[in-house]
Design a protein around this ligand. Structure first.
Ligand code: PLP
Length: 392
């Protein structure tokens, strides 16, 4: 990835100019006269009018992510879910059908299952690792498909190329949530997707101190529709958060490489420990989608590792308490490693049977690997496993 650090073009302050971009908290922007305002609104002159419509910090951040995903245009929004909502609601109407991957992010699933149907938009879910299953769930009125590249928490890898071809053939817009994989591993538009989106909150910003989203496409007409809907419904990001995310992006390449390498090593370590029933990591030979991951993700596996320990909830409690060197927190992509327990967090709303179908037991954990010293990290897991094994 060639994501070079570009110094922003910042105006002079006296004889010199700052090397760090300023934050523009201003909500309103004064224009010279009504003719100038006309020119701005008609896009003949760049300029801002009102922060909900756009502001310099959001633009600067959007342009950086546009470069990473190589999109013609992109928009930063107040959260990853704002990006999902702007696409799903900005591009569909009552009577349309939307298809989604069956292991989407929890709130995206909720939008598919509750909010779209409430507005008269039909939805179905299908397995995105299986193009035939996906095709079987299409309808004559299917307008849009939403998938993630790597699923949470079982880390299944979608057949992005197969689904892109299917959607192209059937005239369906394909939207890919690239949050887990990032443009360092895959650029979905290059594989035939129409729209790509991110929870910038996660790996791109990387420090768990901002909540932001981004959506981009190569089709200006699609982006205009998404932008108008986002501005109308107030999905605007804050200038301060955009500034922080831009700073986070400066180290994205380094963080990404380091977290991947440690995740791979952690998966290898866990796979030979007593009391560990199984380890899920997309590039491992025993992963069901290993071949696809190799071809699709440029050799990367992602910074997430899932694993299952023996014993029920008591062993899981003991593991988390003893592995206190990592935060037990249901997020991902932070500089610090975080541990999540799907049965009590992201997947708690499912019945035990539905969880069992996905392979999520009380002993199932997902790790988002951060930037710690790999040896210190394994020591933390060792302490957790030892405590879990001691539970009878
Ligand atoms: C976190 C996440 C979202 C939602 O992003 P927020 O910034 O929390 O609103 C959407 N998709 C995926 C895959 C995520 O991990």
């Amino acid at each position: 990835m060639k994501h070079t650090i570009q110094r922003p073009q910042v105006p002079h302050v006296g004889a010199s100019r700052p090397v760090v971009a300023p934050i523009y908290p201003s909500v309103v922007y004064a224009s010279d006269d009504p003719d100038m305002l006309d020119a701005q609104y008609e896009g003949r002159t760049p300029g801002f009018t009102y922060a909900r419509e756009g502001h310099p910090n959001a633009d600067a951040l959007a342009r950086r992510i546009d470069v990473m995903e190589r999109t013609l245009d992109g928009l930063v929004l107040g959260s990853g879910m704002a990006a999902v909502a702007a696409v799903l609601l900005g591009l569909t109407k009552a009577g349309d059908h939307v298809i989604g991957g069956n292991q989407l992010y929890g709130r995206s699933l909720r939008m598919m299952n509750e909010d779209l149907p409430r507005l008269g938009i039909e939805t179905s879910l299908a397995d995105p690792t299986d193009v035939a299953a996906f095709e079987a769930a299409l309808k004559p009125n299917t307008r849009l498909a939403l998938i993630e590249v790597v699923s949470n928490p079982t880390l299944r890898v979608a057949d992005v190329e197969g689904i892109a071809k299917l959607c192209r053939d059937r005239g369906i817009l394909l939207v890919v949530d690239n949050t887990f994989t990032t443009p360092a591993a895959i650029r979905p538009l290059e594989l035939g997707a129409d729209i790509v989106l991110h929870s910038v909150t996660k790996l791109l910003a990387g420090h768990s101190d901002v909540t932001l989203g981004w959506v981009g496409a190569n089709d200006q007409d699609l982006m205009d529709k998404i932008r108008v809907f986002a501005v109308t419904t107030g999905m605007t990001p804050s200038p301060q958060e955009c500034w922080l995310a831009e700073r986070g992006l400066a180290t994205f390449d380094l963080r990404f490489e380091r977290a991947q390498a440690t995740a791979e090593a952690l998966a290898a370590y866990l796979s030979v420990q007593k009391g560990v029933k199984r380890v899920l990591y997309p590039t491992r030979a025993d992963h069901p989608d290993a071949m696809r991951a190799q071809g699709l993700l440029r050799g990367y596996g992602c910074n997430m590792v899932s694993f299952e320990i023996e014993g029920g909830r008591a062993a899981a409690n003991a593991f988390v308490r003893a592995a206190d060197g990592v935060a037990f927190a249901p997020t991902l992509g932070d500089v610090g490693t975080t541990l999540s327990h799907p049965a009590s967090s992201s997947h708690r709303a499912l019945s035990p049977d539905a969880r069992a179908d996905l392979g999520i037991s009380e002993g199932f954990f997902r790790v988002s690997v951060g930037l710690e010293d790999p040896k210190a990290l394994t020591a933390t897991f060792e302490a957790g496993l030892k405590a879990a094994r001691a539970v009878k």
